[in-house]
Design a protein around this ligand. Sequence first.
Ligand code: S3P
Ligand code: PEP
Length: 435
Amino acid sequence: MGKLLVKKSKVLKGEVEVPGDKSISHRALIFSSMGEGESIIRNFLFSQDCISTMNCLKSLGVSIEVYDSIVRVKGNGIKGFKEPENVLDAGNSGTTIRLLTGLLSGLPGVFSVITGDSSLRRRPMKRVVDPLRKMGANIWGRNNDNNPPLAIKGEKLVGESHILNVASAQVKSALLIAGLLAEGETCVTEPSLSRDHTERMFQYLGLPLKREGLTLKTHGIESYKNKDFNIPGDFSSAAFIIAAGLLVEGSKVIIKNVGINPTRTGMLDILKEAGAKFNIIDTWEDGGELIGNLMIEYSDLKAFEIKGDIVPTLIDEVPILAIIATQAKGESIFKDVEELKVKESDRIKAVVDGINKMGGKAKVIDNGFVVYGPTKLKGGEIETYGDHRIAMAFAIAGLIADDETIVESDSINISFPTFTETIKSLGGNVIELQS
Ligand SMILES: O=C(O)C1=C[C@@H](OP(=O)(O)O)[C@@H](O)[C@H](O)C1
Ligand SMILES: C=C(OP(=O)(O)O)C(=O)O
């Protein structure tokens, strides 16, 4: 198992880019596979999660080639998928299994089984299985159809109205994909706005979609033509660099070409309230997504509160926001974050235990947790539960901790394969240990 050894670091300075957005990379592959003709995807995220999606789609007969870091997909149209010869492996990726379950359910006559690693096999799938069944889908799974492996016998689906009880972009996207394959109209209403990359992609590709408040409406189609994608840097990866810049004394960091879709940047709103010094220095649009360059400076921070509708817009940033909270003056409260319990690990437990182990102060509350700051952090070996966001969050904490911090690092390839070299290029004291 690979490990990272992180030591207290002097100022971080420089200009970096983070790799392509994970959510958009998955979707660019899936939509290019469903469309007709060739699509070129630039700045695709070559991380384990996106490679899982790529391999699943190849097993469904889609031609996907990679040359010079560019992905070329030849879509066979929404009716052009073949039955996979073997079990589909979504690895560690919730996005892969949930979005593909939407697609597979709507392929008449196609039998498939989709599964993943031990973390994914514990994650809840009922949230996609139940609404898809209302559309006529045939899906079975372990634990009363809640856990992978899922077995699916594709069927001609019928449009339905769905009112979701979690704000989940994965569920919303699975249902919109199924809606394109279904007869008639499909409506999806979410309790608050989750990331809207799927909706933006529908618009970019000219697919049918109407929004009325939190309700989306689509309908079945016969075919559509593919378009190319230029994927912006992943804000969720940039979040770790933003935190490093804010926390390491004297730092000044520029991150270029980052996706700043407002349904992803709740962290910036919270940080502004907390007194963080950052600027979005240029912005532009590409493929329906907003992109910008960010400048971050070391800041004196005050405590903050996260709750309600902002949560889905910073859901993957909660672990790193918790590390930031250890250095913010006062009691930072994280409420309504119960979804964190069903991510790659129970992120509430992982974050609270890790912070306390490093000498910080955090405690679990109902549906969330509290962090008290500022506290001096000491090093230690932190349990990541094989969860990439936990590993990276505590690696960043290690940059300001006394002594040495050690985290497992294999999981980092799930979303940010160049994390270590990026931190090193800014002057961070990180060493890769092999064992
Ligand atoms: O749709 C997506 O690409 C994602 C949606 C979110 O999950 P949920 O839909 O479960 O909230 C997020 O946590 C995940 O990293 C990616
Ligand atoms: C939750 C995440 O991803 P997924 O649900 O796709 O596994 C994540 O990247 O933090």
